[in-house]
Design a protein around this ligand. Structure first.
Ligand SMILES: [Zn+2]
Length: 436
């Protein structure tokens, strides 16, 4: 049996070092963190290499050899983090302070926690001399937060043999504690992305002489049409399974039934709970206006106005259909569209050898937790690997409240030491069971 005391101090040391390496993306600068992980692996006698897409954008790949009887499993996580608004934090975001049983800082939940846990679990497998029937690969990548062009996507295009595997364990799914109940949301799918820039052209002129073709007004109307549009609930097997599963566990937001979620358009979006907001993003496509830009002076009507729309689609849905829908909602005569990014949603099957192993390991460490398959509304590096035919599961063994989940990309992000150590126990168990 593995005891936390065996690795806790070492794990916290590695984790806090990683948090202190500022990998805010942009600009990223992940090469420093990649080198750090490389050196930890090398010291342990695990062969590793840093692969740089540019001099400062590095990813690291390490490999623990097995007999080769089965194909490898890839432990994946990213090294970059999103930028901080330091003045809103109650601690220094890159100091990795330990207080109240938590380590605080940017990346503690997204997702240097998983980097450290995967790294520690892999080292323990090596140290304990497990006889592996497959290779265990660890890849900590650059640039996930900005789309992966300098990280996972670049690795797949240039060094696929280094990370090619039968299964991937990555971020995207995690444990949730709500109303005293525990759920493990194991990510099997993620929504697709379609990001658009829209330029509305109209008639400029003096601010004292209004015109119907004022592009700012036209843009405002278009934005409000998009904002008020509700896409229908997509009753795919994945959606049905999650909603009816939550109903059986008595875990739908208060007052809601599966039937109502499927038939009452607005019941999720108008419900006050945080879970309802998330479920709303789960059951349907969404189109969200984000930034707007126009004008230079208070008394001048500009000739054009620009805004962006962040569209998210369910696996199986076509980005082009989404684009057509948004164009119809905009419905203006003189508009130019630029597609900034277009990526379909992806899904992995669950009738695999790994799925029941993940479920049993969660239940052994959290006997009261329900294990459910989940689709994340945002994208991860798993999208690229699923497109290569690899089965990917989002399996970050951290249990959080929704309030804690909100600190991801937000303020005062922190993780409990308990979560980190139990997470290592869980990942170690998965590797022991699945790779020997
Ligand atoms: Zn992440």
């Amino acid at each position: 049996m593995l005891d936390k005391k065996e690795f806790e101090a070492e794990l916290l040391g590695i984790f806090r070092d990683l948090i202190r390496i500022d990998t805010s993306n942009p600009p990223g600068n992940e090469a420093v963190a990649a080198k750090y992980v490389h050196d930890v692996l090398a010291k342990e006698g695990i062969p590793a290499k840093v692969l740089n897409s540019t001099p400062t954008r590095g990813s690291v790949v390490g490999r623990l050899k097995g007999s080769g009887a089965k194909r490898p499993v890839l432990l994946l996580a990213h090294l970059d983090v999103v930028p901080v608004e330091a003045e809103r934090w109650s601690v220094k975001p890159f100091a990795a302070e330990l207080s109240g049983g938590h380590i605080w800082g940017r990346g503690t939940l997204d997702i240097k926690n998983l980097v450290a846990m995967e790294l520690m679990a892999m080292m323990l497998v090596k140290r304990r001399g497990l006889k592996l029937n497959r290779d265990i690969i660890l890849a900590a990548t650059a640039d996930e937060e900005a789309g992966g062009a300098y990280g996972a996507r670049w690795l797949i295009e240039n060094h696929f043999d280094e990370i090619s595997a039968e299964y991937v364990i990555n971020e995207g799914g995690f444990g949730v504690v709500m109303d005293g109940k525990k759920f493990f949301l194991c990510q099997t799918a993620e929504k697709g992305i379609c990001w658009m820039k829209v330029t509305v052209r109209g008639e400029g002129g003096h601010g004292s002489i209004p015109t119907e073709r004022n592009p700012v007004v036209q843009m405002g109307n278009a934005i409000s049409r998009i904002g008020q549009h509700s896409f229908p609930v997509a009753r795919t097997p994945l959606v049905e399974k999650l909603i009816t599963g939550l109903e059986k566990l008595n875990a739908l937001p208060e007052g809601l039934t599966a039937q109502r979620v499927f038939t009452d358009e607005k019941c999720l979006v108008t419900h006050p709970s945080k879970l309802a907001k998330r479920l709303n993003a789960f059951v349907r496509a969404t189109a969200t206006p984000t930034f707007v830009k126009s004008g230079t002076k208070v008394n001048v009507i500009p000739v054009e106005a620009e805004f962006s729309v962040d569209c998210r689609l369910l696996p199986g849905a076509s980005p082009d259909e989404m684009i057509e829908t948004v164009k119809k909602l905009i419905g203006l005569p003189d508009v130019e569209y630029e597609i900034l990014q277009k990526k379909p949603g992806t899904e992995s099957r669950t009738d695999t050898e790994l799925w029941p192993v993940l479920e049993s390991c969660v239940k052994e460490l959290h006997p009261d937790a329900a294990f459910v398959s989940y689709m994340s509304p945002g994208g991860t590096d798993s999208g690229f690997l699923r497109e290569k035919g690899i089965v990917c599961y989002g399996f970050d063994p951290t249990f959080l409240t929704w309030e804690e989940v909100d600190t991801i990309h937000g303020v005062d992000e922190r993780v409990s030491v308990e979560n980190l150590t139990t997470g290592v126990l869980m990942l170690y168990r998965v590797l022991e069971r699945f790779c020997t």
